[in-house]
Write a protein that binds this ligand. Structure first.
Ligand code: NAP
Ligand code: MG
Length: 505
């Protein structure tokens, strides 16, 4: 182990479980076993606050996907199919309990791998994931079809019955490795599906550790398989595999479009949770303190690598200067540091490449004539840190206003009227989330239907609950994660007609 990493583990007194896990070779998880993969190749994993080598993961290939899908198919048709709803509920509840019991270790692995700040990671990512498992565990026993009345001449017994869609291929990004994977696993398991999941190559550790918890919970082999490796190889093989009935993807719009094309030949089910450039809209009567504070849980949370982050802020003229000052103050107060430090509010971004991409956007913003209020630079030290950044006086034709930067960069502009700001907010290719800040309830009700986004929040940004579906419109995707809506995406509805008119006596 690298000396710098070892010191990090010592300084922050990481758990024995974390150390033990990192000291062993990490395989993929296929058919109930950790395996090194058919090619026996590896990928290096970096710790983002130091840029130092943290671990090696297996580099999977097409054959590994074939093995994993075959195992998932066997479980789907065999052992898992024999699990009654309550048995599915019980094992899922056990998984939820084990996540809570192992919260510290999961969070440590997640923060070392992704750079996330541990306090937020524990409270939001990992505790939230336990809640999602618990929520969907409850759904396993509540899936039902319905009887129907028909008007066709004759006598019929007519009903619908729900069936799991089959083996699911799930692909997740690096910004919420554990949480996004959870969103892709719990609903299909409740529905009776099995899953092959590909984590992002940059952040596979927490999901591998998670499989040790699934073993403890007694989850049958093949129900969840984890294949690590490159998206271009493993992700492509997974999303095009003929035995995959549904692809559930969270990631960039670019790759989402590719997946959409790849699945067309096979007519697979699909959910795509893609990028965003979500507007926050604040009127003169807004609580500007609450608005400024909300940036801490949004664009300045997880170093801005949040798909639904309020990354564009439109403020009415009367409070514009005041909001600029309040957010500047908050941005400048944020404590940057290594993910493992409980005092850290913002960790590094995920990689050197991501840091460069964000810095490139900051340069573009300056050239486009936006006013840099604070931040705008990378820290000159090891690790991939970027100072929380605020651009004011932007206009909608700027690239920094239109494109997803995926870093701690907020762009602000002034507006005068409700109609004007609705048009500005909707003038974007994405439609994931939005928030409206006002005390005027009539205005809220006028605006909610007009905002083209999958989520509209009022006087809050980025709330979450497993019972509230999450997903985007336009280039932010199709389908929903969470809530009863997500469960439906993993169920086929079979329509049954039984002719009961003919008597044989
Ligand atoms: P990404 O580059 O699209 O990668 C996402 C996943 O797809 C990774 O596991 C990646 O593997 C894999 N992949 C790459 N190429 C593939 C291919 N040709 N076929 C199949 N899979 C492929 O996205 P990212 O950079 O990791 O994540 C950031 C993006 O995710 C942002 O745009 C963000 O807005 C979006 N996001 C959306 C939501 C939402 O709910 N809407 C939530 C979180 C993030 P490798 O890592 O190995 O390349
Ligand atoms: Mg990493």
């Amino acid at each position: 182990m690298d000396k710098v990493i070892k010191d990090l583990l010592d300084t922050y007194k990481v758990t024995k479980q974390t150390r033990d896990f990192l000291s062993k070779p990490l395989g993929m998880y296929i058919d109930g076993k950790f395996v090194s993969g058919n090619a026996n190749e590896t990928l290096d994993v970096m710790e983002p606050s130091t840029g130092k080598h943290l671990a090696q993961i297996a580099r999977g290939n097409e054959q590994d996907i074939n093995d994993a899908v075959s195992s998932a198919k066997q479980a789907f048709e065999g052992e898992w199919a024999a699990y009654k709803p309550r048995a599915r509920e019980q094992v899922m509840r056990k998984i939820s309990d084990l996540i809570r019991e192992n919260l510290q270790t999961i969070a440590e692995l997640e923060c070392l791998d992704s750079g996330k700040a541990i306090s937020g990671c524990k409270a939001v990512d990992i505790a939230g994931a336990a809640n999602v498992w618990e929520y969907f565990a409850g759904w396993a026993t509540k899936i039902s079809g319905s009887t129907r009345d028909t008007s066709m001449p004759g006598e019929y017994f007519t009903y619908t019955q729900k069936e799991p869609v089959g083996v699911v291929g799930a692909i997740v990004p690096w910004n919420w490795p554990f949480a996004m994977a959870t969103w892709k696993l719990a609903a299909p398991l409740a529905a009776g599906c099995t899953v092959v999941l590909k984590p992002a190559e940059l952040t596979s550790l927490s999901m591998l550790y998670f499989m040790t918890l699934c073993e403890q919970a007694g989850l049958p082999k093949g129900v969840i398989n984890i294949v690590t490796g490159k998206g271009s190889i493993v992700g492509t093989a997974l999303s095009t595999h003929p035995d995959i009935a549904k692809v559930s993807f969270t990631g960039s719009t670019e790759v989402g479009k590719l997946i959409g094309k790849n699945i067309a030949d096979d007519i697979k089910h699909v959910t795509l949770e893609l990028g965003g450039k979500s507007p926050m809209i604040a009127f003169n009567d807004a609580d500007t303190d609450a608005l400024a504070r909300a940036t801490l849980g949004s664009i300045y949370f997880n170093a801005g690598q949040v798909c639904s982050a309020g990354s564009r802020l439109y403020v009415q003229r009367g409070v514009y200067d005041e909001v600029v000052e309040k957010i500047k103050k908050i941005a400048e107060s944020i404590k940057l540091g290594t993910g493992l430090d409980p005092q850290t509010q913002m960790g590094p971004v995920i990689s050197k490449a991501q840091q460069q991409s964000i810095m490139n956007y900051i340069e573009i913003g300056k050239k486009e004539g936006a006013r840099l209020v604070t931040g705008g630079y990378a820290l000159e030290q090891d690790g991939f840190f970027i100072k929380p950044t605020l651009f004011a006086d932007t206009t909608n034709d700027m690239r920094i206003v239109q494109e997803e930067i995926f870093g701690p960069v907020l762009v602000m502009q002034v507006f005068d009227t409700e109609d004007e700001v609705v048009a500005l907010a909707n003038d974007n290719e994405f439609g994931l989330a939005s928030s409206i800040w006002t005390q005027d309830v009539s205005r809220v009700h006028r605006m909610v239907p007009q905002i083209k986004a999958g989520n509209v929040w009022v006087n809050i940004h980025d709330p979450g609950d497993p019972n509230m579906a999450f997903g985007g419109v336009k280039h932010s995707g199709v389908g929903k994660d969470l809530g009863p809506e997500q469960l439906e995406h993993y169920l086929e509805s079979k329509t049954v007609w039984i002719n009961i008119g003919a008597k044989n006596d």
